[in-house]
Design a binder for this molecule. Structure first.
Ligand SMILES: NC(=O)c1ccc[n+]([C@@H]2O[C@H](COP(=O)([O-])OP(=O)(O)OC[C@H]3O[C@@H](n4cnc5c(N)ncnc54)[C@H](OP(=O)(O)O)[C@@H]3O)[C@@H](O)[C@H]2O)c1
Length: 393
């Protein structure tokens, strides 16, 4: 595609679609122009000329003059159908839809190989942080030990407002939604599904292992209460929703869980909609990436970077898959946690290997102890709103 102007067909003109439009207009020297934008609702008023818009997906997918399909919609099934068809029609595709990508990684990997077309999705994982391309290009050997961090801008915004400004959970969530940081369905953020989709994608690029989202345990910040916040503050800690994948004994495990974070931890100072990713590798110890993890133009800039990469024929090589020594996925790992509950019948403390601290008051109780991640996945008692869990460093 070198030296030619590429024609873009965009799906979706919401937060990210409009962010891309703005970034594209303000970036000089990018050889790309928008030919058509496919949206869902023909009656919505749009901030740009109506001649751009269509509701017929085939006006993009069947147009031979459109080189690149940019998929930025909020409907997982429709997104997979659009991306699959575009790849089959020989078009390069850029997408930001983490859920669609995480749920269909093996099929999308296969489609790229069969049709010999690139599919780039940097914006899907940490919006503006160029983490996938770094995992692919810079960390293309097998010395990585862990990818860990904050990769949900909306929950980080909520936690920042709770800890720094004493806002209530509901007010902070409303602000995150008003600013365009939250997913259309905010439970995807606050229950930790959105960061789970991202860690599934990062795990493939870090270690070459395909994992289904349902194999990865996620627990968000939806049960957090004032007692937990006080517990953290008394220990000079903050709370962050952490997604991680980590090698252990030749295997790799992954989860999304709220963590108690001490001041010395680089993730402590990641505020608002920012994301932060810590990489651990054999010889470099820790490396830290930080940047905006949500919002129209921040995400749009990552989408634009992918479009620009297509101009020099960039594609993911999935080198870790090809190295053929992928670690197996496991949930058999011990975690040190704080478990808060109201009455003893609400939890099963027999599941713990050991308990090092116990607290009881008329209102709340908690224990600190060690438990297996697999037990947490199976624990029906974590569904009770009176029960919360935090991983301790
Ligand atoms: N917001 C962020 O900060 C962010 C960051 C990273 C990744 N993402 C991902 O990017 C994607 C888009 O997010 P968003 O925040 O921009 O969503 P959004 O603001 O809710 O906008 C969604 C857009 O998709 C369009 N759409 C829905 N179904 C469609 C279909 N079948 N065909 C064509 N258009 C369709 C909607 O059309 P109408 O306008 O007609 O309703 C709307 O323009 C999602 O997958 C999200 O997870 C978002």
């Amino acid at each position: 595609m070198e030296n030619k102007i590429i024609n873009l067909g965009i799906f979706g003109f919401g937060v990210v679609g409009q962010g891309l439009y703005e970034v594209l207009n303000r970036t000089k020297g990018i050889n790309a122009r928008i030919k058509k934008i496919c949206i869902k609702d023909p009656n919505k008023s749009r901030p740009i000329d109506s001649s751009y818009f269509t509701t017929d997906k085939n006006e993009i997918l069947e147009d031979p003059t459109i080189d690149v399909v940019v998929e930025l919609i909020n409907d997982t099934e429709a997104a997979f159908e659009i991306v699959s068809k575009a790849l089959r029609n020989g078009k390069a595709v850029v997408s930001a839809s983490k859920r669609m990508i995480a749920e269909n990684l093996p099929a999308l990997y296969q489609l790229q190989a069969e049709n010999k077309v690139p599919f780039l999705y940097e914006a899907s994982s940490c919006a503006s942080i160029p983490i996938i391309r770094n995992l692919e290009e810079y960390y293309d050997n097998d010395l990585l030990n862990a990818v860990e961090g904050i990769c949900n801008g909306s929950t980080n915004y909520i936690l920042t407002k709770i800890f720094e400004e004493n806002l209530s959970f509901a007010t902070a969530l409303q602000q995150a939604q008003d600013l365009g940081f939250a997913e259309t369905d905010p439970t995807l953020d606050i229950e930790g599904y959105d960061p789970k989709f991202k860690i599934v994608i990062l795990l493939l690029h870090a270690f070459g292992t395909f994992v289904k989202p349902e194999e990865v345990f996620n627990f968000g910040i939806h049960h957090l209460n004032d007692f937990d916040i006080q517990f953290a503050k008394q220990r000079n800690c903050t709370i962050k929703l952490i997604a991680q994948c980590r090698r252990q004994n030749g295997n790799v495990f992954a989860y999304v869980l709220p963590h108690l974070i001490k001041e010395h931890n680089l993730l402590y100072d990641v505020y608002n909609e920012y994301n932060g990713i810590l990489l651990e590798s054999a010889f470099t110890d820790k490396q830290f990436f930080v940047g905006k993890g949500a919002g129209g133009t921040a995400t749009g800039s990552a989408v634009l970077s992918d479009i620009s990469a297509l101009l020099y024929n960039y594609r993911y090589e999935y080198k870790k898959i090809k190295q053929n020594n992928q670690p197996s996925f496991t949930n058999d790992v011990k975690l040190k946690v704080y478990l808060r509950y109201k009455t003893p019948d609400q939890v099963d403390l027999a599941e713990f290997f050991n308990i090092s601290e116990k607290y009881e008051s008329t209102e709340w109780r908690y224990v600190v102890g060690t438990i297996n991640l697999q037990k947490l996945r199976e624990a029906g008692w974590l569904k009770n709103k009176d029960v919360n869990i935090l991983v301790l460093e």
